[in-house]
Write a protein that binds this ligand. Structure first.
Ligand code: ASP
Length: 452
């Protein structure tokens, strides 16, 4: 295959994103998006909404079976409980470490700039308090009473628990389970093929998702909250390009430049969907096929990270806490900020990576440190855009930790990491069915018919 065609999906997705931004911004600037207008009803809330939503549904559709089968294959691939335990504890430690660094960075940057001081901004936006689950519930709910229900609800931690247990048990049963393990491997491959098929429409879906978000963006609010937005975006970029890259280099010795180039595709999906969970299929594919992380590690670290690791969200909580504390003239003091750090880390463990969940976590933190929860209304207007950016940071953190853990466990393929074209060959052409396989299948079907 030519290098050009190998690159075409990433390029097309980036073009979709660029064109989507232009179209969305034009609609917004020309004010075509007023409620009841044709553009709003049929284009933004019609066409763009439907295409975007269908694509997100398609990604979500794959999450549960993909995590289930790839984890079973992963556990059977590792084949050793001690290694499994090491992968689990290393990734947990790194996820907590990076989240704690992230929130500390958010608080320090916001406090040193002094955002919100003397601003006295008032907002009519209301924020309804939602509560995040207490940590005891989170722990209890890791074990599902009904695995099918956990799957139906897409609850990631109980799903991970059940799949790992199933994988371990399959190994323990031994020779008799060979057929099931092989079946899980085939199912995993089939799920990955489905990701590939869905990815072929990604450029159009990304266009629709971005165009809708940009058309709805509150530019006046962006101006009003310029200080908050600038500090938050700077902290997110510092964490993505400096902190996480230092972690990558320090713990794995791998080139951050190669990493950043290869992770781009998954980042675009995180940005467009604002959901780490919906991005799991793409992150998993990128981490295994582009970065060279073995599925035995990635199948665990990626869904685990999408649920418990939210560096970008933690940064937002740090910056928003300082911002709103300053606006209300509340001095949180050292103990207050330490509580914020602790609460944010705990809250990120207990909540799934879906759009807007950061605000729920923020309300939990506010209640804990005694800040007025209505204050969240002040940042509500710009939160969608901030959510998109912080989700990029969230999934990048997952990918860094996956790479570091895989490298340390020798479950890593350096040749794939260094090959610029590895895993980038998603083209319509690649989706064709092998003619000989088609022939074979036809014969099998014919035989079955004859027998019956
Ligand atoms: N949307 C984020 C994620 O899915 C969570 C959040 O910050 O709201 O990772």
């Amino acid at each position: 295959m030519s290098e050009q065609s190998k690159q075409s999906l990433t390029k097309k997705v980036l073009i979709g994103m660029f064109l989507g931004s232009i179209v969305g911004l034009t609609i917004n600037i020309l004010d075509l998006n007023t409620s009841d207008s044709f553009v709003n009803t049929y284009i933004v809330d019609g066409l763009f909404f439907v295409i975007g939503k269908m694509f997100i549904n398609a990604l979500k559709m794959l999450v549960v079976p993909l995590v289930f089968f790839s984890l079973i294959c992963g556990v059977c691939g590792i084949g050793n409980i001690n290694t499994l335990g090491r992968v689990g504890s290393k990734s947990l430690a790194l996820y907590i470490l990076t989240t704690a660094i992230a929130i500390t960075l958010g608080i320090s940057l916001a406090a040193s700039v002094g955002i919100g001081e003397g601003m006295g901004l008032t907002s009519s936006a209301q924020f309804a308090v939602k509560t995040a689950p207490p940590i005891s519930d989170v722990l209890i709910n890791i074990i599902p009473t009904n695995p099918i229900k956990a799957m139906a609800n897409g609850d990631m931690l109980p799903l991970i628990f059940f799949s790992i247990l199933a994988g371990i048990s399959l190994l323990m049963v031994g020779r008799k389970s060979k057929g099931l393990i092989e079946g899980a491997e085939v199912a995993n491959e089939v799920m990955m093929k489905m990701v590939t098929i869905i990815m072929t429409v990604a450029p159009y879906a990304v266009f629709a998702l971005i165009a809708k978000s940009m058309a709805e963006l509150g530019f006046e609010l962006l101006g009003q909250l310029a200080g908050y937005v600038m500090v938050l975006v700077s902290a997110l970029l510092i964490h993505l390009f400096i902190t996480l890259m230092i972690v990558l280099k320090l713990f794995s010795g791998l080139s951050p430049r190669v990493f950043l180039r290869k992770i781009r595709n998954a980042q675009v999906f995180a940005f467009s969907t604002a959901s780490s969970n919906a991005t799991i299929p793409v992150t998993l594919r990128t981490v295994t096929e582009r970065l060279g992380v073995n599925n035995s590690v990635a199948s665990f670290t990626v869904p685990f990270g999408a649920t418990i690791n939210m560096d970008g969200t933690a940064i937002m909580q740090g910056v928003a806490t300082v911002f709103i504390a300053n606006i209300y003239g509340v001095d949180l003091g050292l103990i207050g900020y330490l509580t914020v750090i602790l609460m944010s880390v705990l809250a990120s463990i207990g909540t799934a990576g879906v759009p807007g969940v950061g605000l729920i976590m923020l309300s939990m933190v506010f209640v804990q440190v005694g800040l007025p929860v209505e204050g969240i209304g002040l940042v509500l207007g710009v939160d969608r855009l901030m959510d998109m950016i912080r989700t990029v940071v969230n999934i990048s953190g997952d990918a860094v930790v996956s790479t570091v853990v895989a490298k340390s466990e020798d479950k890593f393929d350096l040749a794939i990491y260094n090959d610029p074209y590895a895993g980038s060959n998603t083209n319509i052409k690649d989706l064709s069915i092998d003619e000989s396989i088609e022939q074979e299948l036809a014969e099998v079907i014919q035989e079955t018919h004859e027998k019956s």
